[in-house]
Design a protein around this ligand. Structure first.
Ligand code: LLP
Length: 432
């Protein structure tokens, strides 16, 4: 099992936070996302605790809501003391509706629209992370028209290559995100931000990528950003930075091969580097923000399916088809992401079968995974795929007009619906 919330009961069924997954499938239907509130809260607390331990509470974790954005998860992370990072008007709307105060929202994005910037100003978003010079000018003009001063940070591309899938790397020079450090563009952005009257520069931000399983690139990013901070203070004497956001990206365990580090390890290594650099550069230590998404919700989630057709092609492979697919988990189709799966009603049996788990979309690449060890499957079995809490629901679509699944939150043996299953009526709601 990957996550702490998973176990097996005396019926030989997989359980999550004390709930029998086979019963959940019976009550709510499949495909079904199941999220463990206990696990989400445990991870949130470990981040909050590590800020006490390593930063003496100077700073805080934010939840990158793109990993799984729905009102209940936003409520949970807020109640644990995390702020919320959003990247679109839709995520901002969800966070506001879930009760997030504007000042606890951080708004990212490489191409925020005029309407989104306006919305952020209207709701008093506490940290608009400006991506580039053109956005800075637009925001300043809107803030001026509204008679406001927008609190901003600047998204800097620090020029760091993280070892992860190229589609989810973001810190390197060739990136659509942020303003580049090496060329001098980032300093020009700082100069301009300090000139403008309707923005208040409070922070710097970087994010080097996602599903990173080593501490070194995070340490390196912190060092590079602090050197940049020093350069700013030399150029603009008297300037102090309130916050330095070092992004998210902490890797999780999808399979037993993934060597995910305890989050505390990152915190310890990065905080040591921050204090050491600040002392060496004679800088006041800014508040440190981190914005994990995947690690907050990833291992807390599983997806339950009903096994349908099983097709054995002798000497080739065995397809085990399920009632979901790339419309509710596109990550294998996009990144060849690996997962761990098991038959939830046979959790106590050995895995003596190798499956290609196929979805129901009209597309050959619609797979949940290949070469997956499984218990002997049979039609009607409940198949569980583990560590699906991040970037599954949030990247789901209605491809082939499949309704998006429901999501159930489980905690200490109890369960409740937090996102209802879409209906066919929902699918034609916007059709005219
Ligand atoms: N902050 C920023 C600015 C980001 O762009 C991201 C992720 C995060 C924080 C959170 O990173 P995390 O802690 O979740 O790794 N769809 C891909 C992942 C895309 C990540 C995008 N940005 C996947 O399914 O793997």
């Amino acid at each position: 099992m990957t996550a702490q919330c998973l176990a097996e009961n005396d019926k030989g069924h997989l359980t999550i936070s004390g709930c029998d997954t086979v019963e959940l499938a019976g009550i709510y239907g499949t495909p079904l996302y199941v999220m463990s509130e206990d696990e989400i809260r445990r991870v949130c607390r470990s981040y909050v605790d590590s800020f006490q331990k390593y930063y003496n509470c100077k700073g805080k974790p934010l939840y990158a809501s793109k990993a799984f954005c729905c009102m209940e998860i936003v409520r949970i992370v807020l109640s644990e003391g995390l702020d919320v990072e959003v990247v679109s008007g839709g995520e901002l709307y969800t966070a506001l509706k879930a009760g997030a105060p504007g000042e606890r929202i951080h708004f990212q994005g490489n191409n925020k629209t005029d309407a989104e910037l306006q919305m952020a100003l209207d709701h008093g978003v506490g940290d608009i992370v400006v991506d580039n010079p053109a956005e800075l000018e637009r925001l300043n003009a809107f803030a001026k028209a509204a008679g406001k001063v927008a609190k901003i940070s600047l998204r800097i591309t620090p020029g760091i290559e993280a070892h992860t899938h190229e589609f989810i790397r973001t810190g390197q020079l060739d990136s659509k995100f942020g303003t580049d450090l090496q060329s001098g563009a980032a300093m020009a952005l700082v100069d301009r931000a300090l000139e403008l009257e309707n923005v208040a520069l409070t922070g710097l931000h970087c994010h080097i990528g996602s599903q990173i399983l080593e501490t070194e690139p995070f340490v390196h990013a912190a060092q590079v950003m602090l050197v940049f901070y020093k350069e700013i203070t030399v150029r603009h004497p008297g300037f102090t930075l309130s916050s330095l956001n070092l992004g998210g990206g902490f890797g999780i365990r999808y399979t037993q091969q993934d060597r995910a580090l305890p989050y505390d390890d990152y915190m310890q290594a990065v905080s040591a580097a921050v204090f050491e650099r600040c002392a060496a550069l004679e800088l006041p230590v800014p508040d440190i923000y981190i914005e994990p998404g995947r690690s907050v919700v990833g291992e807390a989630g599983i997806t339950l399916y009903t096994v349908g057709n099983i097709k054995e092609i002798p000497g080739v492979r065995s397809y085990v088809s399920v009632d979901g697919g790339m419309f509710e988990n596109p990550r294998y189709a996009l990144y060849l992401s690996e997962y761990t799966a098991l038959i939830a009603n046979k959790a106590d049996k050995g895995k003596n079968f190798t499956a290609t788990i196929a979805g129901k979309c009209c597309e050959s690449g619609d797979l949940i995974g290949e070469h997956m060890p499984l218990q002997q499957p049979a039609p009607g079995d409940i198949l569980a795929v583990l560590s699906t809490g991040a970037y599954n629901y949030s990247m789901a679509s209605n491809y082939n007009r499949n309704p998006r699944p429901a999501c159930v939150m489980v905690s200490n043996g109890t369960h409740r619906l937090v996102i209802r299953r879409e209906t066919y009526e929902d699918l034609i709601r916007c059709d005219i």
